[in-house]
Design a protein around this ligand. Structure first.
Ligand code: NAD
Length: 477
């Protein structure tokens, strides 16, 4: 049984209740986590505050950097172990689970080097004054994390917050906490003081809500659905607590007729099937220039039909979805497509070895999806690609921007001027030209516009959100 991790100790919940941990590959429970309470959250916030006011704020930036580097090295030593934990907990194929563990290593490596490079400015002002700014940490930051990439999202969010001088209270998803509980132990081994990283598990409406309401949390970083993002903002607004929101997307992959198709096709496919489509930045809409539409769909259809889905440990193209309700959600979308006579071009295959009780969904390619249909508007969060055609660049822009979201866009064209025009006109936090995601580099600022959220994580940019600026004006004559 797993316990909370508070003040570098394993702690039982005051609820004395647990939540089963289910293996998505077979739908069977194999462990339990604590069902946390508001009291547990309060204990974590107190431990964090004590750490912050005690040892943490006295550490120099360089010492903090060394701690982050030691944690990065510890994670690297335990990367296989962490990948195996994440694989079973989230149903990730081996290559994905390993990639996630290595990304976690990179986040702490990157942010270890950033700690002592974040500084304020001096500002030219009136005669007789010296004015300077300090970048100060918020103090205790709260991190609400979803189930789709627990290690990666912990790395980008907690790594950035610690580098900026904060201490952290983390509420992982009730569907995927195990890797993070292990990372917290590794942090203690790496020398992080008691209370610098605290993890409280449980349901969102219980401990997540308690985190958002807690007066001792000075900043909230939330990654998850727009619905819960709204709730968190409302609760945080009551006490004017700053929030960074990383919400979902309905990101377009726009392919012009002059694109290099051999390059584009594997990337277009990976952008929707990676992590079984449960990726906030999934390229879930495919916009293709009319003259290329039929030949592209023909090639893509063949590739989709060859995709294989099965248990995480088989390391196929696609693993299971996280839980039964997510599987049902995808089925509902597909049944809506059928009712709207949206043609299905191709579907991958679930292998015979996949247990009936697992949460499998074959990748599905749809065509001629109307721009206003929910399959072109809402996040499916499953391996379903909605394709449609456009006649020219203006229409491509219009269609790319025709959702409430604005997280990522992929543009495929060899025309350099068009690359830049498209990058400027598409409304999203990231634009990738002739690639999609650029390998997910930890250096690259990430976040959305519109309903995809606000604030940036990843890269050096994140450190600005995890700090606040204090202006000091000295009158010396
Ligand atoms: P979710 O919003 O249901 O849950 C996310 C987290 O919020 C979980 O830890 C959950 O327990 C917690 N939570 C739920 N209700 C809460 C409440 N009332 N108060 C506080 N916390 C609460 O999302 P999910 O199902 O875990 O993840 C899928 C969604 O997350 C998708 O919409 C996806 O696009 C989005 N997502 C976005 C990003 C990004 O970086 N933009 C990354 C991953 C996932």
């Amino acid at each position: 049984m797993q316990l909370h991790y508070i003040g570098n100790s394993k702690v039982r919940s005051t609820s004395e209740r647990t939540i089963p941990v289910i293996d998505p590959s077979d739908g069977h429970p194999y462990d339990e986590i604590q069902r946390g309470t508001a009291e547990d959250m309060d204990a974590a916030v107190k431990a964090a505050r004590q750490c912050y006011e005690g040892v943490w704020r006295k550490l120099s930036a360089a010492e903090r950097g060394r701690l982050l580097m030691r944690l990065s090295q510890k994670i690297a030593e335990h990367a296989d172990e962490l990948a195996a934990i994440e694989q079973r907990d989230c149903g990730k194929p081996t290559k994905q689970a390993k990639a996630d563990a290595l990304a976690l290593v990179r986040y702490f490596e990157f942010y270890s080097g950033a700690c002592d490079k974040l500084h304020g400015e001096t500002i030219p002002y009136q005669q007789g004054y010296t004015v300077l700014t300090w970048r100060e940490p918020h103090g205790v930051t709260g991190h609400v994390i979803p189930w789709n990439y627990p290690m990666q999202i912990f790395g980008r969010s907690v790594g950035g917050a610690l580098a900026a001088g904060n201490v952290c209270v983390v509420k992982p998803s009730e569907d995927a906490c195990l890797s993070l509980l292990r990372v917290a132990e590794l942090a203690a081994e790496a020398g992080f003081p008691d209370g610098a990283i605290n993890i409280v598990t449980g349901y969102g409406h219980e401990v997540g809500d308690a985190l958002a309401r807690h007066a001792g949390i000075d900043h909230i970083s939330f990654t998850g659905s727009p619905r819960v993002g709204t709730l968190i903002q409302q609760v945080a607004a009551e006490r004017h607590c700053p929030v960074t929101l990383e919400l979902g997307g309905k990101s377009p992959q726009v392919v012009f007729a002059d694109a290099d198709l051999d390059e584009a096709l594997p990337v277009v496919i990976n952008a929707i099937v990676q992590n079984a489509g449960q990726t906030c930045s999934a390229g879930s809409r495919l916009l293709v220039e009319q003259s290329l539409y039929e030949p592209l769909l023909e090639r893509l259809g063949k590739a989709f039909a060859n995709l294989r889905v099965g248990p995480a440990a088989m390391d196929l193209d696609v693993g299971p979805l996280i839980r039964q309700s997510q599987q049902q959600r995808v089925w509902d979308f597909l049944s809506d497509a059928q009712h709207a006579d949206i043609p299905m071009v191709a579907q991958g295959q679930v292998v015979d070895e996949a247990p009936e009780s697992g949460y499998y969904q074959a990748p599905t390619l749809l065509r001629d999806v109307p721009v206003t249909h929910r399959l072109a508007q809402e996040e499916v969060f499953g391996p379903v690609l909605a394709s449609m055609s456009f006649k020219d660049e203006d229409q491509a822009v219009e269609m790319a921007n025709a959702t409430h979201f604005g997280l990522v866009a992929g543009i495929w064209t060899r025309d350099g001027a068009r690359q830049l025009r498209m990058a400027r006109r598409v409304k999203s936090g990231q634009v990738f030209i002739n690639n999609y995601g650029a390998g997910g580099g930890v250096e690259l600022p990430f976040g959305g516009v519109k309903s995809s959220g606000y604030g940036r994580e990843k890269g050096f940019e994140a450190l600005y959100g995890f700090t606040t600026v204090k202006t000091v004006a000295i009158k010396h004559g």
